[in-house]
Design a protein around this ligand. Structure first.
Ligand SMILES: Nc1ncnc2c1ncn2[C@@H]1O[C@H](COP(=O)(O)O)[C@@H](OP(=O)(O)O)[C@H]1O
Length: 251
């Protein structure tokens, strides 16, 4: 990883985001076609740019692999050209994102997330400072379309408020920006859904783990990474204890 990798991730996330904003503004297609067009255009842009700027690095994208063959533990770019495809196709929604991450030795060492409809690009080069104010009633971001079934009961137990949102990137960056206090996901996801925003959350000093508290490991041969927790550090112990109780009770 070099300073240039932070800068490159941010530059490419921004460029792909601009391409998506343009496509969305001029599209007359129905939602399914627009989503497919957005996924394909942003994927093409990222893959072509990485081939030019980092020709020795393989790319793992939600929409296919590109570049040289991957070697376990070596550099690989993990990208989600359009996270929150469904929200991208709904006029007025701003919870969709572009993810660009670099993994080395199974960790994220540089990454950026663009939230193009919010005019925001966040990156590991300059992660935001975390709020210091206490948390009165925790706000937990969850998927708006498929929240894990246990979250309502968990929120009641913790006296927390659930905040439904689209896009894993939008939810994790909402934690990074202090708009919510936690994001939890269960039931299925892939490495590209979380790699870039998790890299920024880690650089900002937030807690990141699987729901059982174990480490998030990226660039595995199988990109399935079905659950995760990103939260302010002071909430991690209580959240992980509540999640562990729940999983014990369901056995
Ligand atoms: N059960 C599941 N299995 C596979 N992917 C899932 C999933 N639940 C959520 N995801 C993916 O995680 C991203 C965020 O989802 P959500 O908005 O529901 O939180 C979406 O990515 P894409 O929009 O890139 O497809 C979605 O496809």
């Amino acid at each position: 990883m070099s300073v240039d990798d932070h800068e490159l991730a941010a530059r490419l996330a921004r460029r792909a985001g601009e391409c998506l904003v343009e496509l969305r503004a001029k599209s007359t297609s129905d939602a399914k076609v627009l989503g497919d067009e957005g996924d394909a255009a942003a994927h093409r842009l990222l893959v072509e740019a990485l081939a030019q700027e980092r020709p020795a690095d393989p790319v793992l994208s939600e929409h296919g692999v590109a570049g040289p063959e991957r070697v376990a533990g070596e550099r690989v770019w993990i990208v989600d050209p359009l996270d929150g495809t469904r929200e991208f196709t709904e006029p007025g929604r701003t919870d969709w994102a572009v993810h660009v991450a670099l993994a080395e030795r199974h960790e994220i060492t540089a990454s950026a997330v663009a939230l193009p409809a919010q005019g925001v690009v966040l990156g590991t080069g300059a992660p935001p400072t975390q709020p210091t104010a206490g948390i009165a009633r925790p706000r937990i971001a969850v998927s708006r379309s498929r929240p894990p079934e246990f979250v309502t009961a968990l929120a009641e137990e913790l006296g927390a408020e659930l905040v439904p949102m689209g896009s894993a990137g939008a939810k994790i960056t909402a934690v990074v920006l202090g708009e919510v206090d936690a994001y939890l996901h269960g039931g299925g996801q892939y490495e590209w859904d979380s790699a870039a925003p998790v890299g920024i959350a880690q650089a900002a000093g937030l807690h990141t783990s699987r729901l059982d508290g174990s480490e998030l490991v990226y660039a595995r041969p199988d990109p399935w990474l079905p659950d995760l927790l990103v939260c302010r550090r002071e909430l991690a112990v209580d959240l992980l204890a509540a999640l562990s109780d729940r999983s014990e009770r369901s056995r």
